[in-house]
Write a protein that binds this ligand. Sequence first.
Ligand SMILES: [Fe+2]
Length: 173
Amino acid sequence: MKWAFVATDVDDDDQIDGLDKLKWLLALLRAQSWSYQHSHWTVRGDASYGNHLLFERLYNSVQTQIDELAEKIVGIYGIAALDSEDLLGMFLYWNERWDVVDCLHRRGITSEQDLQNVVKDTYEDLKENDQLSLGMDDWLMATANEHETNQYLLRQVLRTKNAMQEWQPLKED
Ligand SMILES: [Fe+2]
């Protein structure tokens, strides 16, 4: 049996691919936390206090996931795996990708869709290459599940917003 997770340094191509996917995911979560906190500070308009609290809940939940994933990466691949410059470059990619979306809720949904795609891709890649530990399997599933709740919360706000845009006052006879 091949023990995929005993290495303290990344030394084969499958591990490098798996680690790369996990780093993109870690950078995505950091960018998402940044984006949600920025939205928490800058949200305006109708129900802005409710949205201020919603974005606070979102960035706090992501913060815990960042810490868990970074520690898992170090535990599996060693400290050299967390290259700060690499992660910053990936972070900027996600930040720039979402920053063009003006509506803060749509921006959040866009980041959540990206997250679901990256988690799925990472999961399949690690599994295919026999690199998926039981703990990482569980963490990826749980993270995808928690982010489906984020999508629900953001979509509910957008549904209300759309209803307000379509709403017309009754004409008086
Ligand atoms: Fe605050």
